[in-house]
Design a protein around this ligand. Structure first.
Ligand code: NAP
Length: 234
């Protein structure tokens, strides 16, 4: 039976690169985003490049708890994922003392709460099966404080905390838990910024490290992936 992966926010950037990398390895895939058209385009491109891969998708706004739950229900009709990648996230730069009202709630709901709710939907079945690998997309903004990190940094710091707790909770059940903390990666999140392309990491490099961390023997787990542009943070 083929293995399966659920990647949230798979139509762009890092999520899309992870989908492409795991498609290469023969995984069945489930993903989501807020835009049907982008999901259709992703489906067509995966079908073209990997004709035997099954890709399922659902429109979901993960900032809404009911939509996270609806996504989980749709996934369960297909499979309990071997790999869950809590990737969807939004980045609105700002400083805590002056960022617009609502930024905090939006980023906590999208970046953190969605991962909490979705993970809880699958841990029961993973524990029963005694296998699974949960990746959570943090950021170097959740490791090092910098001005203009604002609520984004808070959400990513919390993501790291949640992932560390999960790691301890799930270790007796053969379930691996990994925090992924990339630095600047060239994706839609950086659209319009006037910085040379070579200064960023490629999303495919982040995807490769996720694959590498997944592809170990059962007795080892990569707890944290910290990956930065060769020339350092932006
Ligand atoms: N790029 C970087 O430099 C960088 C660095 C460190 C960490 N990260 C983290 O890596 C993850 C992916 O980032 P990225 O740069 O690849 O982002 P991206 O290119 O903007 O793509 C984000 C993906 O998430 C989806 N998404 C966003 N909000 C959503 C919502 N409310 N509900 C459902 N899907 C949603 C987007 O689709 P729709 O917009 O159509 O919904 C898209 O598929 C994020 O958690 C981000 O914080 C990125």
């Amino acid at each position: 039976m083929s293995k399966s992966i659920l990647v949230t926010g798979g139509t762009k950037g890092i999520g899309k690169a992870i989908i492409q990398r795991f498609a290469q390895e023969g995984f069945d895939i489930f993903t989501c985003s807020r835009h049907q058209k982008d999901l259709e385009e992703l489906t067509a491109s995966i079908k073209k490049d990997f004709p035997t891969i099954k890709l399922y998708s659902k429109v979901a706004d993960l900032s809404q708890k009911e939509e996270v739950n609806a996504l989980a229900a749709a996934v369960k009709e297909k499979f309990v994922p071997d790999v869950l990648v809590n990737n969807a996230g939004v980045f609105l730069p700002g400083a805590i003392h002056e960022e617009p009202e609502g930024n905090f709630e939006l980023m906590m709901q999208t970046n953190l709460y969605s991962a909490y709710y979705l993970t809880r939907e699958f841990t029961g079945a993973m524990i029963e099966r005694k296998s699974g690998h949960i990746f959570s997309m943090g950021s170097i903004a959740g490791l090092t404080a910098y001005a203009n990190g604002g609520s984004y940094a808070i959400s990513k710091w919390a993501m790291l905390g949640m992932t560390k707790c999960l790691r301890q909770e799930l270790l007796p059940y053969g379930i691996k838990v990994t925090s992924v903390m990339p630095g600047a990666t060239l994706t839609a999140s950086w659209e319009g910024v006037d910085i040379p392309e070579e200064r960023f990491m490629k999303a495919s490099d982040v995807a490769e490290s996720v694959w590498g961390a997944y592809n170990l023997s059962p007795q080892s787990v990569v707890e944290e992936i910290v990956i930065r542009p060769q020339l350092g943070d932006l």
